[in-house]
Design a protein around this ligand. Structure first.
Ligand code: COA
Length: 155
């Protein structure tokens, strides 16, 4: 049984553990990232800001009262020369290894979808590394490739 709660009801230490888990896993998968020496301090700063930020959905999943994963999403606006349009950008999605493949991410993303629809918005967006198996999860949920980020290494 997966419960989803507002991150503001969760202890900062638990949020920190989740966020650090997410960042470390991304850093291991993507050599472009560097795990920062100040990661511990950055975590607190990042989380406190995220908890305060308006137009932000910060949710934590619990399985049998244990913290299992989280997601962070925010309402954004296309600006500049493009026609203004709001959409929801999902910046973080993470499930602790021991709770994976039990539908926790599905549940979190369903809540993001409800939040998006609840605001009358019709687009959810996220970035994912090319080789991340999470792409299969997103595809199954109806996400499709829209834009490619290309990098060229100069070292
Ligand atoms: C991606 C992640 C959030 C998935 O969480 P989860 O709770 O295990 O996902 P769910 O149980 O809701 O969905 C599982 C489905 O997603 C897909 N999936 C998830 N992980 C997969 C993997 N490693 N290999 C293949 N398919 C995978 C499958 O379709 C799977 O369905 P199945 O179990 O019936 O085969 C989790 O693996 C994670 O935190 N990974 C590290 C952080 C990360 O990469 N986040 C995404 C950044 S864009």
């Amino acid at each position: 049984m997966v419960d989803v709660v507002d991150a503001r009801t969760v202890r900062l230490a638990e949020l920190k553990e989740l966020w650090l888990g997410f960042i470390r896993e991304l850093a291991a998968a993507d050599t472009w990232w560097r795990e920062g020496a100040r990661l511990d301090r950055d975590a607190e700063q990042f989380l406190l800001q995220a908890l305060e930020r308006p137009n932000t959905l910060f949710l934590v999943a619990r399985v049998q009262d244990k913290t299992a994963g989280y997601t962070l999403a925010e309402r954004r606006r296309v600006t500049g020369v493009f026609q203004a349009a709001d959409y929801v950008h999902i910046s973080d999605l993470y499930v602790k290894e021991e709770f994976r493949r039990r539908g926790v991410a599905h549940k979190l993303l369903a809540e993001v979808e409800n939040w998006t629809r609840g605001q009358g918005l019709t687009v959810m967006e996220l970035n994912v590394l090319r080789d991340n198996p999470a792409r299969q999860l997103y595809r199954r949920l109806g996400f499709h490739d829209h834009r490619l980020t290309l990098i060229r290494r100069l070292d």
